[in-house]
Design a protein. Structure first.
Length: 404
């Protein structure tokens, strides 16, 4: 029988002996009809997904979301294990996941659920295989529409630590799992990044952890000192002020950023408001722009939104950093007026003093021969999104001391 969601004794508050929980991996939840890709309805199937955590610990727990579900979500079984280099489950590492001490749980529509702690020692940058068996029909699976992990849909209960069956179907989007938390051996903090497709790694090689946030986590893992986890909360097509693809950053900031366990730093990196507001209407982009309703946003609107996010983060006692908006000349969204607004916002980000640090991504990507364009070796050909080398360059440019 499924358990009812409650607060069991196994989820006790941290003590000096158990340590504090820290968010080590995340994916901002989206409605399936409000994302770049979605999971089609399924029944009596297992979702097996691989995620790479950024900071390690001796215990983990999972956050599973039915926040955009239209009916209760029945989880019949769940397992987590360490992943080998060939994407197989590492022998001896598989653990059953429980909820309130029971192997099954029903998550109400509109709600998330946090698993019980699992005694599984995982190092920074370890990959985890997470398997969820869903016995009933799932019509609306809360998802994350840009897929940067590896995942499969397998008929029946395939949560046991067995090799991936030949009939497993690749998933087109991340599904249901929105966070992994760790209990580290020593104090650790999280860096939570709110952003758009450039934070979400659009253009990087899927399944290889080559977003700039992934590369930043690698640099931080090699650095001596207190551990820092990096949590990417980018949504492809996201904006600061208005919904479009995904809930607007101002609206999801409390859920996706301020509620992050162990939060120490916030990075703001959203540029789509200007791109879409000043985009010239053409036959090619008309249908795309219809996905982004609402009034156009100007320079003052973008500045006000940044100040709001900074104030809300500072009120939580965390440091706030802002990224400048990289060039987009040559893309379908480009206009000279929009680029002028981008430069004005960037000048304000660099000089306002509103932030504890500035990540000058514009300076990293712009072409010295034409500063309105991204360097040709750093984008995927659309003059808008980075390639693997472009995102690596962003991560390499960051002065790690801003996170001290």
């Amino acid at each position: 029988m499924d358990s009812v969601i409650r607060t069991p004794s196994s989820l006790e508050r941290p003590t000096p002996h158990t340590g504090a929980w820290v968010h080590t991996w995340g994916a901002s939840p989206q409605a399936p009809d409000d994302s770049v890709s979605r999971i089609e309805p399924f029944e009596n199937a297992t979702l097996r997904q691989i995620v790479r955590i950024t900071g390690g610990g001796h215990r983990i727990r999972l956050r599973i979301s039915n926040e955009y579900g239209t009916a209760p979500l029945a989880i019949g079984a769940a397992h987590v294990a360490l992943t080998d280099t060939d994407d197989a489950i590492q022998p001896g590492s598989d653990h059953a996941v429980t909820f309130g001490g029971r192997p099954a749980v029903t998550v109400p529509a509109g709600a998330p659920v946090l698993s019980d702690p699992v005694d599984l020692r995982a190092t920074a940058l370890a990959r985890l295989t997470i398997s969820l068996y869903l016995p009933g029909r799932v019509d609306t699976a809360t998802c994350h529409g840009t897929f940067h992990t590896l995942g499969w849909l397998i008929p029946g209960d395939a949560t046991a630590p067995v090799p991936l069956p030949a009939h497993a179907a690749p998933l087109p989007a991340q599904a249901l799992i929105t966070a992994v938390e760790v209990q580290p051996e020593t104090p650790a903090r999280a860096i939570a990044v709110i952003g758009d497709s450039r934070v979400d790694g659009m253009g990087s090689t899927p399944g290889t952890d080559r977003r700039w946030t992934d590369r930043l986590a690698e640099r931080l893992a090699d650095r001596p000192g207190p551990e820092l986890c990096v949590v990417s909360q980018g949504i492809n097509g996201n904006r600061l002020l208005s919904d479009g693809i995904g809930t607007a950053a101002l609206a999801r900031f409390d859920r996706d950023i301020l509620a992050t366990p162990g939060l120490g730093h916030v990075v703001i990196a959203v540029g789509n408001d200007l791109f879409f507001s000043f985009a010239p209407p053409t036959e090619e982009n008309a249908a795309f722009l219809c996905m982004f309703p609402g009034p156009p946003a100007g320079v003052d609107d973008i500045i006000a939104a940044h100040l709001q996010l900074a104030a809300r983060a500072h009120a939580h006692g965390v440091k706030v950093h802002a990224a400048t908006i990289a060039p987009y000349g040559g893309s379908e969204m480009y206009s000279a007026e929009g680029d002028k607004a981008r430069e004005q916002v960037n000048a304000w980000i660099r000089t306002s003093g509103a932030f504890d640090g500035v990540l000058d991504f514009d300076a990293v990507w712009r072409d010295p021969a034409d500063p309105t364009h991204i360097r040709s070796d750093l984008h995927i050909g659309d003059h808008l999104h980075g390639n693997d080398a472009g995102y690596a360059a962003l991560a390499q440019s960051i002065d790690l001391s801003v996170f001290d």
